[in-house]
Design a protein around this ligand. Structure first.
Ligand SMILES: [Fe+2]
Ligand SMILES: [Fe+2]
Length: 312
């Protein structure tokens, strides 16, 4: 009971949705529409940095719309579904009351993050006059969660693992975004506020995975070993992004083959290494990799990706 009350106290004291200052940027007339180059290597490609302002603004606005839309999908279509499964006892395993109760606080935070992201997208549309061209109805996390290639592995385990991995890596990503000083301060504040909640979520999903792992029998642990590489493969796949960016590049005047070349060159600059490292460090810290089969699968995954990590 005590931990339920302690969790509730921290949520009431710290959740972004409870801070009256949240949303201060909604009415500000001015907003820097430049999308952070640090968050998308396409923007540092010479053919893109040479673009005149109108086309560059169109591209940045589309990248913001896509980024905010991705937050909405991730939060409400993935994380919240898994959090509700945990809360109602429908998850891959039955969790203790403290975890089941805290899951509702995650649902509230994530619904709020989706709302704030959608509002930010509208602010971008207002200052640039650029509406979203089209928005993919899926993303890499949704694809990872829907992986059904292994019949013996229960779907609930796939979504639970995908969610735990995503919440551990996403926190690191918004930490980087929250430190970008050269761009929109409103965007930075949005990320700072989001980060405040994600730190809590990261420890919530760490507890979820730790509990699962400790309760799991041999068969369940082997399922984790089998499915993890497929989840990571799908989660770190950038093909949905690349397809989206190609459509936008063609819209601003590049031919399909020029767009392919630019994206190919830009993606050479893109390194997923730090994201992969974050995910593997998380799995290692939950001691999942101590299991022989899981450890071997992860070692193979890192080798295939050329990722070297000193795991202690
Ligand atoms: Fe969130
Ligand atoms: Fe979260």
């Amino acid at each position: 009971m005590n931990s339920i009350i302690d969790d509730a106290k921290s949520w009431f004291a710290a959740a972004s949705v409870r801070q009256t200052k949240m949303g201060h940027w909604i009415e500000e007339a001015d907003l820097d529409w430049r999308f952070p180059i640090e968050m998308n290597p396409l923007l540092s490609h010479p053919a893109i940095s040479r673009l005149e302002e109108e086309r560059y603004r169109f591209l940045c606005a589309q990248l913001y719309h896509k980024y905010m839309h991705d937050i909405c999908i991730t939060e409400t279509d993935v994380i919240n579904k898994v959090a509700l499964d945990i809360a109602y006892g429908r998850a891959a395993i039955s969790f203790p009351d403290a975890i089941r109760t805290a899951a509702f606080s995650v649902v509230m935070d994530e619904a709020f993050h989706s709302y704030a992201a959608r509002l930010f997208s509208f602010r971008i549309q207002y200052v640039t006059g650029v509406a979203p061209m089209f928005l993919p109805q899926t993303n890499a996390l949704v694809e990872a969660m829907q992986f059904r290639g292994l019949e013996q592995v229960p779907p609930g385990l796939v979504s639970l693992l995908s969610c735990c991995i995503s919440e551990s890596t996403f926190t690191q990503e918004i930490l980087v975004a929250s430190r970008l000083e050269k761009y929109s301060q409103q965007f930075r504040m949005l990320m700072v506020d989001h980060l405040r909640d994600e730190g809590r979520h990261c420890s919530f999903f760490r507890k979820v995975l730790e509990f699962y792992w400790q309760a799991a029998n041999d068969e369940m642990r082997n399922h984790v070993a089998e499915v993890l590489p497929h989840i990571l493969e799908a989660y770190f796949d950038r093909s949905i992004e690349i397809e989206f960016e190609k459509v936008v590049l063609c819209e601003i005047g590049f031919s399909p083959s020029q767009a392919d070349t630019i994206l190919k060159e830009a993606n050479r600059l893109q390194s997923n290494t730090s994201r992969v490292r974050n995910a593997l460090e998380f799995l290692h810290s939950v001691r999942v990799c101590e299991h022989e089969k899981t450890g071997a699968q992860m070692a193979r995954f890192m080798k295939e990706r050329g990722v070297e990590i000193e795991l202690h």
